[in-house]
Design a protein around this ligand. Structure first.
Ligand code: AMP
Ligand code: MG
Length: 476
């Protein structure tokens, strides 16, 4: 469809008035297109030719509102670094409407009543990071919000330095956060809380609608998909960095990309967020923090059911998480399923990788090609002995697995490329100078991370020493 043929709906506006605030986007001056995502356009049934039009730039800039659009910002609360903040909300993301089951937001489109001390803007740097990383997650089949397009401008945004303003059009089957439930629970607004739960069930969990105890089931669904998401993040080496409850999606999606990182060398206690001085959101804390966040969700949902029932659900989180984690890790290792001894083999592998300072992504990709000659694997680490010892056990484990099938499974499970922060920084530096070719290149590998892409070989190795394990600021 052409943009002027679209009709947006606004189902969230059927909720009571306390859920949102209607607000008109404040466009950026002289915007230009940096990238458009044809796959997301297809999902939304927008014609690909439209993506190169002036109207598309205006659409992303909030200047051209499609038919039916009634822009609004959503209200929510959240636990930030463990402290409850009773009112947050979309301070810089403006919803412009829904197409099919996807809700569109313009992030960086100006102030809303929830902006607090912020300016409602997003900088080019963080917008490129969100745009590329959501596509990379999609490429890795990890549940995520998506982006339809990215525009830049010369609009000046004050951060530590003056930066350029940008807008990403984000697309998701839900923008409801754990913190959205917390807002109404904390206010004692139980009718609203119920309306929100019903809305989410309708939208994201229709299979539990009308079932007995459906609010307990809603929690159960959120618990299971969160456990699975954590296992996926951990298996691929993704560190989110700001797992506040307002950044936790009720639909189990990776949401609100900030100072995230893919691991360089494997490190259990890697912290990617500069502001996180105590390492609350460190890499290995993620599954446990997700459980802490689920507990906050549980408290918020408790007026709709009983604590006893909810607690029973939360009690099985660890088991479910572990099951998913072992499932994804065994897949990475080329096993057909999980057998006794695999959890120890995985744990010992991670300790080995950490002690030898091995690049996490490179290790698995190299292991995918392993046929008995250990040289390439040994070259990924500092010392040989621990790797030999672990490979002896690995050899024993795979001796009855068909080598061709194992390789095939591993090459389609272990990406050759992940978007490490130094690569993103290269795209950002070029884009600041008006050159978007690195954004284009990273987009290609984000979409097909398992392909060889010989032209991008320089990004397939370990992270260059000077760029390893850097922390980023929260405004990323
Ligand atoms: P985040 O850390 O990006 O998840 O944001 C936390 C909260 O701060 C959310 O309510 C955001 O909407 C809000 N926020 C972040 N940056 C800005 C900004 N530049 N202007 C207004 N609100 C913001
Ligand atoms: Mg957020």
């Amino acid at each position: 469809m052409k943009l002027n043929e679209l009709t947006l709906t606004n189902p969230y506006l059927q909720l009571p008035a306390e859920f949102y605030d209607k607000v008109v986007p404040t466009p950026l001056a002289d915007p230009y297109l940096i990238h458009a995502n044809p796959d997301v356009a297809k999902i939304l049934d927008i014609d690909e030719e439209e993506l190169q039009s002036d109207t598309f730039v205006k659409f992303l800039n909030g200047e051209y509102l499609a038919r039916g659009s009634e822009p609004f910002a959503m209200c929510y609360a959240g636990h930030q670094f463990g402290q409850f903040v009773p009112r947050l909300g979309d301070g810089r993301a403006i919803n412009i409407g829904t197409l099919g089951k996807y809700h569109l937001q313009l992030k960086g489109a100006g102030m809303t009543v929830y902006s607090r001390h912020g300016d409602g803007r997003a900088v080019l740097r963080s917008s490129i990071r969100e745009y590329l990383m959501s596509e990379a997650m999609q490429g890795l089949s990890i549940p995520t919000t998506l982006c339809l397009g990215l525009i830049g401008s010369e609009h000046q945004v004050r951060r530590q330095e003056i930066e350029k303003g940008a807008i990403v059009c984000r697309v998701s089957s839900s923008w409801v956060r754990f913190g959205t439930f917390e807002y109404y629970a904390h206010q004692g607004m139980f009718e609203e809380l119920k309306a929100l739960a019903d809305y989410v069930i309708d939208e994201n969990f229709p299979h539990i609608k009308g079932r007995e105890d459906h609010y307990t089931l809603l929690f159960n669904e959120a618990m299971v998909i969160t456990a699975r998401l954590m296992a996926q993040w951990m298996s691929v080496g993704f560190n989110h960095g700001v797992m506040n409850t307002d950044n936790m999606s009720i639909a189990g999606l990776t949401i609100d990309y900030g100072p995230y990182a893919f691991l360089d060398d494997f490190r259990h206690d890697h912290v990617c967020n500069q502001t996180d001085v105590h390492g609350r959101y460190s890499f290995s804390n993620q599954p446990e923090i997700a459980k802490w966040n689920l507990k906050s969700l549980m408290m918020a949902l408790s007026p709709l059911t009983t604590m006893e029932k909810l607690e029973k659900n939360l009690a099985i989180y660890d088991k479910i998480y572990m099951r998913y984690f072992h499932y994804y890790m065994c897949k990475k290792l080329g096993f057909e399923g999980t057998v006794e001894g695999d959890p120890e083999l995985i744990d010992d592998m991670l300790d080995m990788l950490e002690s030898l300072q091995v690049d996490y992504t490179l290790f698995f990709r190299t292991l995918s090609h392993y046929e008995g000659d250990r040289n390439a694997l040994l070259a990924t680490g500092l010392y040989h002995e621990p790797m030999h010892a672990w490979l002896d056990r690995y050899d024993e484990r795979i001796k009855h697995i068909d080598a061709t099938e194992r390789k095939e499974q591993m090459l389609s499970t272990n990406p050759k490329y992940v978007l490490k922060n130094y690569m993103l920084q290269e795209a950002i530096d070029a884009a600041e100078q008006g050159d978007f070719s690195v954004v284009d290149d990273l987009f290609k590998i984000a979409q097909d991370p398992f392909d060889e892409h010989p032209e991008f070989e320089r990004w397939a190795g370990a992270t260059p020493k000077e760029f390893k394990n850097r922390k980023l600021s929260c405004s990323s």
